[in-house]
Design a protein around this ligand. Structure first.
Ligand code: IPE
Ligand code: IPE
Ligand code: MG
Length: 245
């Protein structure tokens, strides 16, 4: 068990390896994505049980449009199904859904389905599940800069007022603490344009397990490892015996 007080408040996951999972079984890539949805359901449940407050899931990146149109279409369809089929479970489990990313460039039915989920769960007080859809860390930062420039142009702020706090407030993740732990499955060890600004001090944990095989066991391993990490934020180790927050 992970010691109380050491559970990360925010876990962010780069769900990778659906395609390889399918290829290993001689199945089309979309079968891997379908199995990936089952892993999402297991992981949401495991995160709630572990006492995690925020769970961000990287579901579609700003670069994933490069994939064949058929796969992109299939992924969008899965998103709509997930949002519609899981809404009741999410609602009854007191889960709040939030979406980050350039969602206005997504097909309308995806926008509607995820917005419905957000609206229907906005007053829930349990785990917050953040779906990163058409999300890119670079997009997020550029979008935030544009918002700041608009405020400068309207003379609401001066250029010299711009600091880390003001920029953070324009990011898609406003109000959400930075991820304490970032998990990536499938053995890849890169950020792939995920939460670039927000991951400045996140602990990173990688596993060779492919996303469709991810579940409570892997989540427990990641949390256990997180509990052993010493976060220094550029400072020095605290006196022995003291706990880290
Ligand atoms: C992750 O699995 C899902 C998305 C990026 C949408 P992949 O589809 O990237 O799986 P691999 O990397 O090809 O195995
Ligand atoms: C990252 O996975 C994006 C998501 C999980 C949504 P990719 O499979 O797209 O990343 P790369 O291309 O291997 O870096
Ligand atoms: Mg991949």
């Amino acid at each position: 068990m992970v010691k109380a007080g050491r559970v990360p408040e925010h876990v962010a996951i780069i769900m990778d390896g659906n395609g390889r999972w399918a290829r290993q079984r001689g199945l089309p890539r979309l079968a891997g994505h379908r199995a990936g949805v089952e892993a999402v359901k297991r992981t949401v449940e495991a995160a709630g049980k572990a006492g995690i407050r925020y769970l961000t899931l990287f579901a579609f990146s700003t670069e994933n449009w490069k994939r064949p149109a058929r796969e992109v279409k299939g992924l969008m369809k899965l998103l709509v199904h997930y949002a519609a089929n899981e809404l009741e479970t999410l609602r009854s489990n007191n889960i709040r859904v939030r979406v980050i990313g350039d969602i206005y460039s997504l097909p309308e039915e995806v926008q509607e389905a995820v917005k419905k989920c957000e609206r229907a769960t906005k007053d829930n007080t349990g785990l917050t599940v953040i779906l990163a859809l058409n999300y890119g860390g670079k997009w997020d930062i550029v979008h935030a800069c544009k918002k700041l420039c608009e405020k400068v142009a309207r003379a609401e702020i001066r250029p010299e007022d711009v600091d880390e706090e003001l920029l953070s407030k324009e990011l898609a993740t406003v109000g959400i603490p930075d991820p304490d732990l970032v998990i990536r499955t499938s053995g890849e060890k890169r950020i792939s344009n995920f939460l670039l600004w927000q991951c400045a001090y996140s602990e990173l944990w990688y596993t060779d397990v492919l996303w469709p095989d991810f579940g409570s066991k892997e989540m427990a391993q990641a949390l256990m490892e997180f509990g052993r990490r010493h976060r220094r934020y550029g400072g020095l180790e605290k006196t022995r015996g003291r706990t880290y927050s």
